[in-house]
Write a protein that binds this ligand. Structure first.
Ligand SMILES: NC(=O)c1ccc[n+]([C@@H]2O[C@H](COP(=O)([O-])OP(=O)(O)OC[C@H]3O[C@@H](n4cnc5c(N)ncnc54)[C@H](O)[C@@H]3O)[C@@H](O)[C@H]2O)c1
Length: 383
């Protein structure tokens, strides 16, 4: 048993993210020297049998079938929200009012105004908070941030990002309910914009600064789907695909694209940044590598280099195995927990906080509004 001060975690939701987070809380102290030890205290979900199986598999000490009961418990320090988007606001506001720290899955909220209320409540409560935009903590992406901040790229001209999938092409796939809430606008808020582009936007704001204005188009290719909960054919209200152009505050131009209709692509999340001296590029499918081109190198040997981000002086990598050995997707969540705990100890909140994540929500709102109006649309700035 660890002698460190314990941080008791209560998780809500035992699906995909419920597994990645449980894994991260379990592993983090094996690889990072932290002042606090996260303890998997309680897991919450509505289906008692499935919840018991999840708790047993991942080592949660106890279970609750009502998140309100979880929040009332005096032995819980952190509420970790892994439920669909429509419940993030209610659970995080209740948790903050009860004085719990809150870790919330992305996107922060269904839209900007709801996000504003969440930020107001969480800041009023003064509790530590964070949103799980985990791609910031892929070591190659963190390295890109360090290279950009060192000024190596010079003036930035272009930011290009895409997130492509192909799992909703079949018109017989229902919408709503377990596993398919992403197709139901009431649960998801939006389609690929809030689900996939939100990741690209968070990374872009972090790497390249704020976005001033956008122009967008969206499409819903399958107009009606059976709703899993009602059994009725219902209009599909989400965006199946979205592409938008943007102007960043630093003068660079952005192009973003996301779809669930790109046959052959499962999760192709990429960005490329072109500056006056150098370009940098990353692809989730080869997440341990960062592509870098520097025009200032000697001309005969100049070319794109593929940096294998596994050395001990690369971000986070000194905590893992030995140079040359790559890590993967699940480790980004471990890094996020490590940074959150360090932030609590040092009194410097780990980003992205709820407030940081609200900026992404503002961009999503403007993208969807522009797609409706056909007009260039300004992006609301953080207050
Ligand atoms: N950071 C990432 O890369 C990433 C990846 C996937 C999903 N997400 C986000 O994580 C969240 C969950 O997504 P997922 O893929 O894990 O979904 P999922 O469908 O796999 O799991 C959702 C879980 O929430 C539970 N749930 C729903 N309503 C509940 C309620 N009222 N009380 C208790 N439990 C409830 C469900 O039973 C299920 O266990 C979403 O907000 C999603 O956008 C983030």
């Amino acid at each position: 048993m660890s002698t460190k001060k314990q941080l008791n975690v209560g998780i809500v939701g035992y699906g995909f993210m419920g597994r990645t987070h449980a894994n991260a809380f379990r592993k983090v102290s094996n690889f990072f020297d932290l002042p606090y030890q996260p303890v998997l205290k309680a897991a919450c979900g509505r289906d008692e049998a499935k919840l018991a199986a999840y708790a047993d598999k991942w080592g949660w000490e106890s279970t609750e079938t009502d998140w309100k009961k979880l929040i009332e418990r005096s032995d819980i320090d952190i509420i970790d929200i892994c439920t669909p988007n429509d419940s993030h606001a209610e659970i995080s506001i209740a948790a903050a009012r009860a004085g719990k720290m809150v870790m919330c899955e992305k996107p922060l909220s269904l839209d900007g105004p709801q996000g504003e209320e969440m930020v107001r409540e969480i800041e009023k409560a003064g509790v530590a908070n964070m949103v799980w935009y985990n791609y910031r903590r892929v070591p190659a992406v963190t390295l890109a941030k360090q290279i950009i901040d060192s000024g190596k790229l010079g003036r930035v001209f272009h930011y290009r990002a895409k997130f492509l999938q192909d799992w909703t092409i079949n018109a017989d796939i229902p919408q709503g309910g377990a596993g398919l809430w992403r197709l139901d606008a009431a649960a998801a808020g939006s389609g690929v914009t809030g689900d996939l582009l939100a990741h690209c936007i968070d990374t872009a704001l972090w790497l390249n600064g704020s976005i001033d204005t956008v122009t967008a188009m969206t499409e819903t290719f399958v107009k009606e789907r059976m709703h899993q909960l009602t059994g009725q054919m219902q209009k599909v209200e989400i965006d199946d695909a979205c592409a938008f152009l943007s102007r960043f505050s630093n003068g660079s131009l952005g192009t973003f694209e996301s779809t669930r209709y790109a046959r052959g692509h499962k999760a192709q999340n990429t960005f490329e940044i072109n500056g006056e001296n150098a370009s940098i590029a990353w692809d989730l499918h080869d997440l341990g590598r960062l592509q870098y081109f520097d025009y200032r190198e000697e001309s005969q040997t100049r070319g794109w280099k593929s940096i294998h981000v596994t050395d001990t002086d690369h971000p986070y990598m000194g905590n893992w195995w030995v140079p040359g050995l790559q890590i993967g997707y699940e480790h980004t969540f471990v890094h996020q927990v490590a940074d959150f705990i360090k932030g609590i100890a040092e009194g410097t909140p780990a980003a992205p906080t709820f407030r940081d994540a609200l900026e992404t929500q503002y961009v999503c709102d403007s993208v969807l509004s522009s797609a409706r109006s056909g007009q260039w649309t300004p992006v609301k700035k953080l207050g």
